[in-house]
Design a protein around this ligand. Sequence first.
Ligand code: AMP
Length: 117
Amino acid sequence: MTDTTIFGKIIRREIPADIVFEDEHLIAFRDIAPSAPVHVLFVPKTPIATLDAACGEHAELLGRLMLAAADYARRAGFSEPGYRVVVNCNGDGGQTVFQLHLHLLAGAPLGGFGVAR
Ligand code: AMP
């Protein structure tokens, strides 16, 4: 299955992105419309549309995504001040790109979250 989303195009270098990390499993790049001073997206190279579509065979990959975000945050100096990791799922979750991804938000105190107002 090929990832036909915009993130698939970034993975295949069909469109540019500010890539901050890549290995054989995942890619990380800066969000084009950041919601915090630091906003990096961690995207598995395996196409998985949503968190809801993930299953047991993806357990290791999901762990890699979390650890890659934590490693990046640590190297960037955000361990002590803190940061937030978010996965949006489907419409009410605010997901707009249907290739599973993890948002890393850092660089300032982050507000609360919940029902959109
Ligand atoms: P979500 O709403 O969880 O699906 O998040 C999708 C994110 O992708 C949004 O925060 C967008 O700003 C971001 N985004 C969309 N297109 C690009 C792009 N070409 N490069 C980097 N980030 C993008």
